[in-house]
Design a protein around this ligand. Structure first.
Ligand SMILES: Cc1cc2nc3c(=O)[nH]c(=O)nc-3n(C[C@H](O)[C@H](O)[C@H](O)COP(=O)(O)OP(=O)(O)OC[C@H]3O[C@@H](n4cnc5c(N)ncnc54)[C@H](O)[C@@H]3O)c2cc1C
Length: 291
């Protein structure tokens, strides 16, 4: 099937893109890599009178060190993140998550901002943003505001972005010290969306206690989730007080419900969810211990 007809707009500046989205209102949609939006348009699950293509907006692309953060422009492709030495050094969790996204053809066009704004519950990047405590920069005619990751993902395919707000960039804090990072997922085939996954960041103090940790979950709720209660319970404990299996069980026990679909019952998802959390926790902790 072909998409319903639309008018095509190709702004070259961030300000121009923001004005277009505001002026065209509810009948307009931003399109970045098109890897999620185009299938929805082609299947006629969505239709818009205007598409505002972000592909020529240079101000949305780039990877820059900004103080204690690594800023990634929303329009930066997932392939550029995968190739970036800065991402590999400063935000290893983001680097390790990227090859798990679809296939390289998808990552060549798909953008970091598109994945975050689309907010698929099974996507890797939102969970990485939650685990690391990233901040989202949104711009509209009313100005620019910053939204912390744990307020950005609100529900099924929903974010805190207003319809006329453009996501311009994401600031990932650079975790320093004795840190370890791991992402684990279970997918039926390589390149498929995960049935369940976990992204973990851990920092150890000099006393080998957990100084801080972040646990982001995907495929286990209506949107990416942060295991905030488990993070709080683990912080300050001796690193090996809780085994990976215990952490996995605790994190999953705190989820009131997990999704069920054709591919996995809720019970099965709970089981594999606990396993991926346990594996990611163990690997992150081991890396932090070796640092
Ligand atoms: C076969 C296949 C397999 C895939 N597998 C995975 C996977 O395993 N894991 C995974 O995470 N993803 C997967 N994806 C999705 C892929 O990562 C997409 O690239 C991503 O979800 C959307 O990014 P995009 O740049 O293509 O956005 P688009 O499809 O262009 O847009 C998606 C949505 O985001 C909005 N948007 C885009 N940019 C902005 C912005 N700057 N500000 C505000 N709104 C914006 C659009 O309006 C739209 O609503 C897969 C896709 C395909 C086709």
């Amino acid at each position: 099937m072909k998409p319903a007809p639309f008018a095509y707009h190709a702004p070259t500046g961030v300000g121009e893109a923001v004005s277009l989205l505001a002026d065209l209102g509810e009948d307009a949609k931003a399109i970045a890599g098109g890897q999620s939006l185009v299938p929805m348009l082609a299947l006629r699950l969505a239709a818009f009178e205007h598409l505002v293509d972000l592909g020529r907006v240079a101000g949305l692309r780039g990877i820059e060190r900004r103080g204690d953060d690594l800023w990634v422009g929303a329009g930066t492709t997932q392939a550029a993140v995968e190739r970036s030495a800065d991402v590999a050094r400063d935000v290893p969790l983001l680097a390790r998550a990227t090859p798990l996204i679809g296939h390289f053809q998808i990552r060549n066009r798909g953008t970091v901002g598109g994945s975050m704004a689309h907010a698929d519950a099974a996507a890797e990047y939102p969970a990485v943003a939650l685990a690391l405590g990233a901040r989202f920069e949104a711009r509209s005619p009313r100005g620019t505001r910053t939204v912390p990751a744990d307020r950005f993902f609100t529900d099924l395919w929903s974010t805190d972005l207003a319809p006329d707000e453009l996501l311009t960039g994401i600031s990932f804090p650079v975790w320093r010290g004795r840190c370890g990072f791991a992402i684990e997922e279970f997918a039926r085939r390589a390149g498929d969306f995960a049935l369940a996954g976990a992204a973990v960041a851990v920092e150890l103090g000099d006393d080998a206690r957990i100084a801080r940790c972040g646990i982001g979950l995907f495929g286990l709720g209506p949107t990416a989730l942060r295991a905030a209660a488990a993070e709080a319970a683990l912080t300050g404990t001796a690193a090996h007080d809780a085994t990976g299996d215990e952490v996995g069980r605790t994190v999953l026990a705190a989820l009131e419900s997990v999704p069920a679909d054709l591919h996995a019952s809720a019970e099965h998802r709970r089981r594999i969810g606990a396993v991926v959390v346990a594996r990611a926790w163990r690997r992150a902790l081991q890396e932090a211990g070796d640092a």
